[in-house]
Design a binder for this molecule. Structure first.
Ligand SMILES: *Cc1c(COP(=O)(O)O)cnc(C)c1O
Length: 394
């Protein structure tokens, strides 16, 4: 369901897509907690198994609630096909298993989710898939890292935690000129603020754990793209290897999608206000937020994103000790590494989300010991500012 052929707008698609009402006439989307599906006859069972007749067989393959979530997210990203997964990491792994083979090469942004780096280096490396890491914003470095066996370019934009913004169109063009695919992890913006497929990306990754659910209740993930790669190759991995999304988690995430653009715009408003507050504070060395005019990719972010998102990072004057002290002095903010929740969270990336990376990797991506990341929630922003001001002013 793309925007070209479907006249409905984003918020309507977010609320209406994918529910096939049952004979009960329910208004709300049902959950189908069933592991298998029954057939009217042996012949129908055979036809389903052979693929001659479409339909449900077993919930590792398909489930109506999961499909409801998949169709809704595909509509929002403007993609042909979506498959849901048990987690965001399962989404990334399934893309790699579905599209790569031993001997292939990935070029990835160095500034990605820490666990994704480990998946690429430690685990895919074991199976003969090699990854080169480059600076997200340096298109020439991406080009120089390409090899004859490069198949995927992988990035997040804005990046975590420093909110650098990639030029999606330039990197999609580069990928296509070299017969590669561009994979974008769209976790930070969600389709409410950014639709990478419109800029030429081929595959979208989501951690539904974050803003798609938006209330910190589930672990889930998804992949969006075309029918052949996502609907066939990547779905094939999920139905065979089994990192499928549970119907309950799919239901939570699909109800989350209904308020996605309301929430993303509210997160962005709060984050923009917090970023200016921190930017003006004498104890703050530097603030990283794409909505600040001082951000190096401020203009690019304006083109690609309809708002700046909910993640603000900053370096305080001092070192790890001062950073930890500021975190410990908050009373309202939650000290947790999760993001994309209604509750504001505060993290010290160098010793948590990015703690398993080598020191060189960390310093190459600029994750210093005085860096703090805030995933701004939906509380009243005055209370968030006050909670941080106590530590900053003392
Ligand atoms: C959290 C996260 C992931 C991994 O998702 P899980 O649901 O935790 O497996 C991947 N990419 C980004 C950008 C994330 O923030």
């Amino acid at each position: 369901m793309t925007d070209d052929i479907n006249p409905l707008h984003f918020d309507t698609l977010a609320i209406r897509t994918g529910h096939q009402r049952t004979a009960e006439g329910e208004h709300g989307e049902p959950i189908f907690p069933t592991s298998s599906f029954v057939f009217k006859s042996a012949a129908e069972a055979a036809a389903r198994f052979s693929g001659e007749q479409p339909g449900n067989i077993y919930a590792r393959f398909t489930n109506p609630t999961v499909r409801n979530f998949e169709q809704r997210l595909a509509a929002l990203e403007g993609g042909e096909s979506c498959v849901a997964t048990a987690s965001g990491m399962a989404a990334i792994l399934s893309v790699c298993l579905g599209l790569l083979k031993a001997g292939d090469h990935i070029v990835s942004s160095r500034s990605i989710f820490g666990t994704t780096t480990i998946l690429f280096e430690r685990y895919l490396g074991k199976f003969g898939v090699e990854t080169s890491f480059v600076d997200l914003t340096d298109v020439r470095a991406w080009e120089q890292a390409l090899k004859p066996n490069t198949r995927l370019l992988f990035l997040e934009t804005p990046s975590n935690p420093l909110t650098e913004v990639a030029d999606i169109k330039a990197l999609a063009d580069l990928a296509h000129a070299h017969d590669c695919l561009l994979v974008v992890d769209n976790c930070f913006c969600t389709p409410a603020l950014q639709k990478p497929l419109q800029f030429g990306a081929d595959i979208i990754i989501h951690s539904a754990t974050k803003y798609l659910d938006g209330q910190g209740r589930i672990i889930g993930g998804a992949v969006v793209g075309d029918k052949e790669k996502v609907g066939t190759d990547i779905h094939g991995v999920i139905r065979t290897a089994g990192p499928s999304m549970s119907p309950f988690n799919a239901w939570v995430a699909l109800k989350g999608l209904e308020t996605l653009s309301l929430r993303m715009n509210a997160h962005s408003r709060n984050a923009a206000e917090l970023a200016s507050f921190l930017n003006a504070h004498p104890q703050v060395e530097q603030v990283y937020y794409p909505g600040l005019e001082s951000h190096p990719q401020y203009d690019l972010a304006k083109v690609q994103q309809s708002a700046s998102g909910g993640i603000v990072s900053f370096q305080i004057k001092g070192d790890k000790e001062q950073a930890w002290k500021l975190i410990d002095e908050t009373r309202l903010l939650s000290i947790t590494a999760n993001l994309g929740d209604t509750k504001t969270t505060i993290t010290h990336p160098a010793t948590t989300t990015h703690g398993r990376l080598s020191e060189e990797h960390r310093s190459a991506v600029g994750i210093t010991d005085n860096l703090i990341r805030i995933a701004v929630g939906l509380e009243d922003i005055e209370d968030i500012k006050k909670d941080l001001a106590r530590g900053l002013d003392s």
